[in-house]
Design a protein around this ligand. Sequence first.
Ligand code: ADP
Length: 373
Amino acid sequence: MVATGDTEEGVRTLTSVARQADPSQEMLVSSLEAILENLTEAVMVADRNGRVLLRNRAAREILGPASVDPARLLTTRYFDGSLVPPDDYPIAKVLRGEKVQRQELLIEWPDGVRRILQFSGSLVDEGDRLKLAVIAYRDVTDLRRDSERKQDYLRATSHDLRNPLSTLLTQAQILDMETRRKGLIDENRAVQVILRNGLRMKAMLEDFIEFLRIDAGLWSLRPRDTDLVRLINDVVDRYRSSPDWGRISFECAGGECRAEVDAHHVERCLENLLGNACQYSPPDTLVQVSLEAGDGFARIAVKDEGSGIDPKHLPRIFDRFYRGDNSYTRGLGLGLYIVKLIAEGHGGSVSVTSEQGKGSTFTLVLPLRQDRS
Ligand code: ADP
């Protein structure tokens, strides 16, 4: 994938290419060469035929001595282990005018050592005069290994934290049904406290795990065709065993509403907005969820009749770790931050209108599927 070319030879070749293209540019190219050579980023430059004219010092450090042709020596693979066809090499793609941005490939040395290189490229296209592919690359092997280790750790820890809590909640739900059936009012009240706090703890844990994933750079959206009506019904349905079940309603004009979203993450948004609506409003008030679609967007609103939000908090309410004065239960201040990240990651948004003493409405806006809007 990378042809040989040391810098001195590169300077000569590149300068002669430039001389043919425009004699007055020779000095400029030589100075550019000196700058390139001292860059910490690995850079190589190839001509219109894919022949490498130059690799700077950092580039040679990654791919070995310039006297050896890496194209013959090295094997380039995708992450599934299959060979990358020459057409998909970064240089070839850039020369075809395709975008190469942080493309990661496995480079294998003859002794079996594999490194992950990340390539970004741009095309210098002066028509017949000059056409060059400029490729910058860096070795991200340690970064990726570190991120895999973090992912493994997070997966294991999340599992270990979620499991006992789920068991606890299941047992509390059984006790809830039993105490109701037997008319044990005081005991049922105690179980309701366990359930309410257990569910809050679960919501905080989910936010915390999500936050750690975001912070570790392990966060990504996987949008798929999704019916938002069904998704909202599913989330609301999870409140069936919660003390708030009776006061949550969901209204939607149409039968279905399709959007290209990451269902898991949009569910997370709704759980956060619904959780807040229930938490920051008295238990005998309504929490209304509604869905409207139009102008290419779906608007999911969660309206409560609670304490409302002091206007002084509104500008920072979506910041991470931000908590209002009414957060007497001491939440993590992460829920709305995560909702905002997810909404914006989909090309949407989240906003709030609130009146103190009357309640708040949070509106999540998500783009609909283009072909159906
Ligand atoms: P947390 O609820 O864990 O503190 P959030 O990011 O979900 O964190 O919310 C940030 C702050 O916004 C909360 O501390 C609370 O003061 C305020 N807030 C969020 N939703 C509502 C709501 N529906 N009604 C009143 N205040 C709210």
